[in-house]
Each structure stands twice: as C-alpha cells, then as structure tokens.
Design a protein around this ligand. Sequence first.
Ligand code: AMP
Ligand code: ZN
Length: 135
Amino acid sequence: MKNNCVFCAIAAGEIPSFKVFEDENIFAFLDINPFSKGHVLVIPKEHSANLIETSDETLSSLMVAVKKVALGVKKALGCAGFNILQNNGEAAGQTVMHIHFHIVPRYSSGPIIFENGKCEMSELEELAAKIRSSI
Ligand code: AMP
Ligand code: ZN
C-alpha cells in the first residue's frame, strides 16, 4: 500500500469504498463509521498528512469539491444542514493521517440521528448511489 496509507489505497481503488464522487484530483466516499446518515469524507488523491502539509493548489480544489459534494448530499438526502469537520494531528482526534474533510449531514437541530457504527452495509451502498446521482 502506497505510503502505508488507507486513504491512498481507497483513492487508487486498491481497497473498496462507497464512492460518491471522483475527478482527476479528488475522491469522496462514505465514512464507514458514520456520525449520521450520509457522512462523507472528501480527500485529495495526492497524499499529504494534514492541512499544513497540503499545497494551496490542492486545498483550493479540495474545498471546491467539498462544496460540490455537500450540495449533492443536501439534494440527495434533504438534510436541514451539515457540519464540515477537519482534524489535524492525534491530539485533535485525527486517526487517518491523510488529509480529509468530513461532511456530516444534520437532519434537525437535535442530536445526530444514529450513533457511530449503527449503519448497515446495504444502506451505505444505497446512500452512496443516491448521493452519486445528485452530484
Ligand atoms: P479522523 O478522526 O478525522 O482522522 O477521521 C477518520 C475517519 O475515517 C473516521 O471517521 C473513520 O470512520 C473513517 N475511516 C477509516 N477507515 C475507513 C475506510 N476504510 N473507509 C471509510 N471510512 C474510513
Ligand atoms: Zn495517503
């Protein structure tokens, strides 16, 4: 695995993921342990560990893709809002050292709809297809 990095392997198609969007530089897929229904991760294909290590050029295309994918999530799932999260370093809760933005759909102002890890695989595939077709 390149860089021994699970997200590089996902972007290269070497390990499976529930893909929602891909272009030349960017890859987006469902989080396997979602905070809410339709939780997506958006990554650059080029490896960098965090915000500071990522080139301005890559960051620019990454943010444009985050907006595009968030719009697709909103259209597909009708969420009322969404959180964008991006953790830098172990101390901040980063567990995968390949920069990624979380898009976490919110369906009401209350708590997040289901607890971490409560999503069935079959539901993830259905969600990914729905989001893919809305981007
Ligand atoms: P962070 O805490 O910001 O580093 O978030 C890493 C996220 O990656 C977590 O929410 C994990 O559930 C998610 N994750 C880790 N491995 C995979 C994978 N193979 N496919 C999809 N999501 C993953
Ligand atoms: Zn990587």
